[in-house]
Design a protein around this ligand. Structure first.
Ligand code: AMP
Length: 431
């Protein structure tokens, strides 16, 4: 039977969600996005342009289209409570309620929940609502800290002592913040992402991915929304041991169980960002939705029907299904406007190469007029290379990315053997 689903969000992540849904010819997709994403527009039955947090317009469009399901891509509408309101209208959502989404939208809530429920992998932390107390703590504390505003910051609000700021810089940063702050021990290790489908109590893990937050090659420069990511054909990462993986999975399951116990069952995508340290995986943060770019890696490999998974998340029947992924590697490279993230230059024309075999293009923040593309101020578009080895996937992604012309750039090093070996060496040194 035809299923109508409303996808909220218009970035690369949502293009990946829409493309995966569109593989089922019986699924009718409708989209709400702030800016027309040409990739989504081409696959959707219809779309509405409006702010992703404009709940009344999202609800109105859901009514108009007769959607029975909704898939929420970004965090802002989750924080605004879009799921609570859609579910009040009997529209089943992939995405947690406002209360369950606090796992991402309130960093103090997340840490306190981990501590209260004795969930493994929680770094030492303190929550401060008073700036002068936070500053006193920074001045007294010997080691390096991670400084995190409590609320959402688009992935760009964290400052790490010893990396981006010294002690004085940390104090100045806390002074510049309006709200509360979480100070936590600086974790040293290698980061990885574990995402999962969650139906309230059962979780299905997706292939491991490593993202690259820093703007420039060699992991230099400011943090961005993510410049690209890769995954391996065995869906693991060579610097994450079997024991590390199991531990990370236990942490994810314990988190879902804790939310269920507290009366806020979690339905949707749970994203765990981990730091693999000398003492095993620690939680950097949870997100209440797919990562962008990581969604593009895993959804490009998904061989099961995403529409069926959507129904199962709603029914709570993930435990009785088998979700499969192609045994391939993926490499995702984001093309970004020159000057991104600090001073991105919008309005520059971008020309794409003819499609490369094995490569997928995902549109993100890009303007299309009469078939011509130009940059806006955020990440423009991404290429995902897919192949039997990391080298194959990287070559394919690189071939596409390097052939783009315009006032744009990307990170050549993402998905290269050299970078992977550096990560493996780093992990070995730590252990
Ligand atoms: P977040 O916004 O929480 O994803 O943090 C952005 C980046 O800051 C992460 O990708 C990590 O590289 C880094 N980070 C966050 N928390 C910590 C921590 N406790 N120790 C070291 N690095 C961290």
């Amino acid at each position: 039977m035809a299923m109508k689903i409303l996808v909220v969000g218009g970035g690369g992540r949502e293009h990946a969600i829409v493309r995966a849904l569109a593989r089922n010819p019986d699924t009718e997709i409708f989209s709400v996005m702030a800016k027309k994403n040409p990739g989504i527009a081409a696959l959707a039955r219809g779309f509405r342009l409006c702010r992703e947090t404009d709940i009344s317009r999202i609800i109105a469009y859901a009514r108009e289209t007769g959607a029975g399901y909704a898939f929420i891509g970004p965090e802002a509408p989750l924080e605004a409570g879009v799921v609570d309101q859609l579910e009040d209208m009997d529209i089943s959502c992939v995405g947690p309620t406002q209360a369950a989404a606090r796992i991402e939208t309130d960093k103090a809530f997340c840490r306190d929940m981990m501590e209260l429920h004795n969930i493994d992998g929680c770094p030492k932390y303190r929550v401060f609502h008073d700036r002068s107390e936070a500053i006193a703590f920074i001045l007294d504390n010997e080691g390096d800290l991670a400084i995190k505003p409590i609320g959402l910051t688009g992935g760009k609000g964290v400052r790490i002592m010893g990396e981006q700021v010294d002690r004085a810089g940390a104090v100045a940063y806390v002074k510049s913040l309006a709200g509360g702050v979480v100070l936590e021990e600086r974790l040293v290790g290698e980061e990885f992402t574990l995402q999962a489908f969650v139906d309230g109590s059962h979780i299905i893990p997706l292939p491991l991915v490593q993202d690259h937050k820093r703007a420039f090659e060699g992991d230099l420069g400011p943090n961005t929304g993510g410049m690209g990511s890769y995954s391996m054909p065995d869906h693991q990462l060579p610097f994450v041991s079997g024991a590390d993986y199991k531990k990370a999975l236990v942490i994810m399951k314990a988190t879902v169980a804790a939310l269920e116990r507290t009366g806020h069952p979690y339905k949707g995508i749970l994203y765990g960002q981990f730091m693999n340290t000398s003492a095993g995986p620690k939680v950097i943060e949870f997100n209440a939705r797919f990562g962008d770019p990581e969604a593009m890696n895993v959804l490009s490999l998904l061989s099961s029907d995403l529409s069926d998974i959507v129904v199962r998340i709603h029914e709570g029947s993930l435990s009785v299904t088998n979700v499969t992924f192609e045994q391939n590697a993926t490499v995702c490279k984001y093309i970004v406007p020159s000057g991104y993230p600090d001073a991105p230059h919008p309005g520059d024309p971008v020309a794409l190469p003819p499609p490369t075999e094995g490569a997928l293009v995902y549109y993100a923040n890009v303007e299309e007029e009469q078939g011509r593309l130009s940059t806006l101020t955020s990440r423009t578009l991404a290429f995902v290379g897919i192949g039997p080895t990391l080298e194959d996937a990287e070559r394919i992604a690189e071939q596409s990315a390097s052939a783009v012309t315009g006032n744009v750039r990307y990170r050549r090093d993402i998905g290269t053997r050299a970078l992977l070996e550096r990560r493996m060496r780093h992990m070995k040194e730590l252990r």
